[in-house]
Design a protein around this ligand. Structure first.
Ligand code: GDP
Ligand code: IMO
Ligand code: MG
Length: 424
């Protein structure tokens, strides 16, 4: 068997949580391979709305095992107190959850460093979620990070204090005063205490070498779905650097983030919104600053699932989408939030850029400067979508995108609930 992959083709928040939840009944295992609590994946069913950050979105289906792979980074406090507590009111988590011993830990001081770095950057800040993502992956690559498996060692506290002191010296050298900084609403010392308590609780979960769990499951013929976090345009290699996250959000990240060989990758589901959004700083060629942008934000409820920040909105950008399909080896497309366009008479779609007097469909090195999107205009359907009789303008929109990308759209999502989908 192979691992199927589902990931975002834009700047995150494409609706990955919803579709993983929809697809989970077809899988034995749902696994996260990168990112951490910077992710906010929303699921809606039976009138309930749940936002997951670290826990895979397969957790609500009874017979599915959920795995947090080695490429993920974990904040024990967020995972236990902000997620598992909420999920436990609906379903039992512990028997269904396996955590890689090699997943790195986000320490409270990583979060202080994240805040310090952003403060230092000033107007050039990344717009980080302030969950400590950049500093934790920095320590991983710098080979000084702490891993979940370290929690089980008798000298964990010693290792923790050593790394904490390195961080405090870094913070001091940045002249960052953290005395008034609140982490999840708490002063540093209080957060550190609840973090340690959560870390102790984490030890009672299934902590193991998940690379064996996953590869053994494949050998036994089990079906596995890898759930991406963030989106392709936030990938540290190919995203709009430096306005990116610190992990590989693309299909390649599945191999290193789970210990799965490249020849074991199966179907790659690429998700995109019928328009574009971005939260945080960084270039966004098709961004709308007018009334249409505001309407997309209101209709689409485009406010961050993790931070509550308003998301920037704009037209669909096909050169970027094609780039994302190429990088990920997408085999099936899923278009999200088509219903949000119900209110528009005409739809613009970016098909190329002009840049330094030339037109191009390739992504320029610097997306920030002088990149002007060129649009084709299509007729909008301008009415609520009837799922049994899809408007011809929506069918045209779909055909236009499919022709440009050379791939088929297999599912169109038309609402927040797990039942609101059109299978094509
Ligand atoms: P993720 O990070 O990719 O899982 O996406 P988020 O959960 O951060 O953001 C997607 C938002 O859109 C959530 O609030 C979803 O409930 C919502 N959503 C998902 N699919 C649809 C859809 O087809 N239509 C509408 N209107 N909302 C959707
Ligand atoms: P999901 O999985 C949207 C953005 C942040 C910021 C940049 C770096 O819900 O799609 P970081 O905290 O990672 O250092 O922030 O990346 N970002 C996301 N934007 N969806 C996400 O996750 C994101 N995770 C990080 O806003 O611009
Ligand atoms: Mg999200």
């Amino acid at each position: 068997m192979r691992v199927d992959v589902l990931l975002g083709l834009q700047w995150g928040d494409e609706g990955k949580g919803k579709i993983v939840d929809v697809l989970t009944p077809h899988y034995d295992m749902v696994v996260r391979f990168q990112g951490g609590p910077n992710a906010g994946h929303t699921l809606e069913f039976d009138g309930q709305r749940i936002v997951l950050h670290t826990i895979p979105s397969g957790i609500f289906r009874e017979n599915t095992i959920n795995v947090i792979g080695n490429g993920v980074i974990i904040d024990p406090f967020i995972m236990l107190n902000r997620e598992i507590k909420q999920i436990s009111a609906i379903t039992e988590v512990k028997p269904k959850l396996y955590i890689s011993e090699k997943a790195h830990l986000i320490l409270p001081t990583h979060r202080l460093l994240d805040a310090a770095n952003e403060t230092l950057l000033g107007i050039n800040k990344i717009g980080s979620t302030l969950k400590g993502i950049g500093p934790t992956y920095t320590d991983k690559i710098g080979r000084i990070g702490l891993r979940v498996g370290d929690l089980l060692l008798s000298n964990f506290q010693e290792k923790y204090d050593y790394l904490k002191n390195i961080h405090l010296r870094q913070i001091e050298s940045l002249k960052f005063d953290y005395s008034t900084v609140l982490i999840d609403g708490m002063p540093f010392a209080e957060y550190e205490q609840v973090w340690h308590e959560a870390s102790q609780t984490l030890k009672s979960y299934h902590i193991c070498a998940t690379e064996y769990l996953i590869n053994n499951a494949l050998t036994e013929g089990k079906k596995i779905l890898a759930e991406g976090a963030q989106g392709t345009l936030l990938d540290v290699e190919f995203g709009s650097y430096p306005y990116v996250t610190s992990s590989n959000t693309i299909t390649a990240g599945v191999c290193s983030g789970l210990g799965v060989a490249p020849n074991k990758i199966g179907t790659v589901y690429g998700l995109f919104k019928a328009y574009c959004t971005r939260v945080g700083e960084g270039p966004f060629p098709t961004e709308l600053f007018d009334d249409i942008g505001n309407r997309l934000r209101t209709q689409g409820n485009e406010f961050g699932s993790t931070t509550g920040r308003p998301r920037r909105c704009g037209w669909l950008d096909l050169p970027l989408l094609k780039y994302a399909c190429m990088l990920n080896g997408v085999t099936e497309l899923i278009m999200m939030k088509a219903d949000v366009l119900d209110c528009l008479e005409t739809l613009n779609v970016c098909t190329q850029y002009t840049c330094a007097g030339k037109t191009t469909t390739e992504i320029p090195y610097n997306l920030s400067n002088g990149v002007l999107p060129q649009y084709e205009q299509l007729k909008g359907w301008n009415k609520p979508i009837d799922v049994n009789n899809m408007p011809s303008e929506l069918m045209n929109y779909i055909s236009f995108i499919e022709a440009y990308l050379g791939l088929k759209i297999k599912l169109v999502s038309v609402g927040r609930d797990r039942k609101q989908n059109i299978i094509l």
